[in-house]
Design a protein around this ligand. Structure first.
Ligand code: 5GP
Ligand code: MN
Length: 316
């Protein structure tokens, strides 16, 4: 912690890095830190090299996120990113502090602050900020709270414990507004998203004695609905919500034809372990990987073979 403080104090240009295909936790954690560092009068940039989610535009500082590396930076801090390749940069060009909560984190930083029991990376950032007695403005509280509710599915997942509620309480005291944030996250959906979900649910298949649900997303669906890819995540949650289902799988065709696999489990299957075995990562109940295969059926077969073992099901 002491070294973290020294590095921040000594740095002239700090770069905050977020993971590719960003979610509320990576952006909320980085933006929360951005406002803290602004208060400390530091020069800060935030980087994300991929498309930003439409629904997080309300986060204070969202428009400051840039997609190219700044010419100068002498300290890098990464947020919610389990491996270096997901940062979207070719090589490390500064001292790197890695702040995360993924158990699969590869500890690629010069300093690694990884708390696998924490429900969101924002909680790790907050802990660091508090320990170092950094100023935490209201904007940071809004960003951290958004990250927290998104990564816990609004306090639903098994990562939720008393510490999470204590964190949420402190964020409210710092000025986060739960109702406003919930409205922004859940009640401003574009029609395109519902159209996409409609198309995805038409592909819903139940396998392995209905313990596994599979939904697909193609580039054609994105074109015809006018939606962006992150809008399809709700279809995966709906698939998992079925009473018989333990694991929901989404197979998504990427722009380059590769297949991105997202997995969500309900009570016992460790999808994080499965994702790591396929070269990806994540958590016990939410994880993913990208396959180099360009064929839905082949990827589905591989995933189902693994899931059959996990679920102790020999035949369909
Ligand atoms: P999603 O399925 O929504 O993309 O991601 C679920 C969780 O798994 C997130 O915490 C995400 O960071 C992680 N994850 C998804 N895909 C990958 C991947 O290819 N590599 C790693 N390391 N983590 C991933
Ligand atoms: Mn996270």
């Amino acid at each position: 912690m002491k070294e973290v403080l020294t590095k921040i104090q000594e740095a002239r240009h700090i770069l905050l890095l977020t993971h590719i295909n960003p979610d509320a936790d990576t952006l909320g954690s980085a933006l929360g830190m951005y406002h803290i560092l602004q208060k400390m009068k530091k020069r800060v940039n935030i980087l994300n090299t991929t498309e930003l989610p439409y629904n997080l535009k309300f986060l204070p500082g969202f428009t400051k996120i840039r997609d190219t590396l700044p010419s100068q930076s002498d300290l890098w801090i990464s947020f919610d990113c389990g491996s270096f390749d997901r940062l979207g940069v070719n090589e490390k060009k500064a001292f790197l502090i890695n702040i995360d909560h993924h158990r699969s984190n590869t500890l690629y930083g010069d300093i690694n602050i990884v708390e696998p029991t924490f429900a969101s990376t924002s909680q790790v950032v907050y802990k660091v900020a508090k320990e170092l007695q950094l100023p935490i403005p209201k904007e940071s509280a809004t960003c951290f709270y958004t990250a927290l509710v998104d990564d816990t599915g609004f306090f639903k997942y098994d990562s939720v414990d008393a510490g999470v509620f204590a964190f949420a309480k402190e964020l409210c005291e710092l000025g986060a507004k739960p109702d406003d944030i919930a409205t922004e996250l859940t009640m401003r959906e574009p029609l395109a998203k519902l159209r996409l979900i409609q198309l995805m649910l038409q592909t819903l298949e139940l396998r392995l004695q209905a313990r596994v649900a599979i939904v697909c997303m193609t580039q054609q669906m994105l074109r015809s609905s006018g939606a962006t890819k992150e809008m399809g995540e709700s279809a995966l949650d709906m698939a998992r919500s079925l009473a018989s289902v333990e694991v929901a799988v989404m197979l998504r065709e990427e722009e380059d034809g590769r297949i991105k696999v997202s997995m969500r489990s309900k009570t016992f299957v460790d999808v994080g372990k499965i994702a790591v075995a396929f070269g990806g990562g994540g958590h016990r109940r939410a994880a993913g990987f990208t396959s180099n295969l360009h064929d839905f059926d082949r990827v589905e077969k591989l995933v189902l073979e693994t899931l059959a073992k996990e679920l102790h099901i020999e035949k369909e």
